[in-house]
Write a protein that binds this ligand. Sequence first.
Ligand SMILES: C[S@@+](CC[C@H](N)C(=O)[O-])C[C@H]1O[C@@H](n2cnc3c(N)ncnc32)[C@H](O)[C@@H]1O
Length: 280
Amino acid sequence: MNIEKTIIGGAQSLKNSNIKNPYLDSELLMLKVINKDRKYIILNSKKKLSSKYLENFKNLVCRRKRREPIAYLINSKEFWKQKYFINKHVLIPRPDSEILVEETLKLYEKKKKINLLDVGTGSGCLLLSILKERKNFLGTGVDISKNAINTAQFNAKVQKLNNRVKFYISDIDKFLIGKYDLILSNPPYIKKFDLKYLDEDILLYEPKVALDGGSDGFSEITKVINKASDLIKRNGKFILEIGYNQKNETINRLINKNFYINKIVKDYGKNDRCIISTKI
Ligand SMILES: C[S@@+](CC[C@H](N)C(=O)[O-])C[C@H]1O[C@@H](n2cnc3c(N)ncnc32)[C@H](O)[C@@H]1O
């Protein structure tokens, strides 16, 4: 069977299982199996595939049919301007979280030197995207998951940022190291009860520790706010991602900890997604 026919067959099989973008997914899985780029596929569409490749491809299509996200199957996701290595231990970076990167870059000019902390760094996508854009920033990433920190460390190495970043495995509650000009965080913020309403792709495969915000959705948000209040320098900035219905309660918690609210930023779906505040 040649490359083109195999992709079409894979797409048909995915379509029959109601996968949303069957052709795109099938092509991405083929690229992963043969370890080539799209150009190669276009130029070599009639090339025959070895039985080993065919078997690997079928296996990935089966996993996709069981709703395993493409990013986990191909171990990659684009975020901001880079590709990140992704595995089942980290949340798949979301386009909406790019708002945190964008807002950070607006706050600091290119030559500024600051210390920045990313709480719940996961794949490292927020922290590393910012460090890539601001050569004088020094970064620290903390995560409760050892596997997530290993993944972030790997991404830092690939992006040649490992000399400007430190990673720690810790519950943010117990983290005591450093003082920061900027703290950012995309914490888990979904109510435990609501987890079961998530799409199967997310519910069955993404790490619960990255999603579960406790019974009211605020357990990790509250921890991060309390700790940020201790670790941030005076006049330091705090950029926090929140759920679409968490603005008012989060603002109350921030004000209680002496943060001044600068700005609420909406996401691409026009939901309140990010709060920018200053420690006073
Ligand atoms: C929503 S994910 C965000 C990952 C990444 N920053 C991003 O934006 O894609 C939340 C991350 O927080 C971590 N986490 C959850 N509870 C934590 C805690 N108490 N202390 C530190 N990290 C925590 C999870 O392991 C997960 O990697």
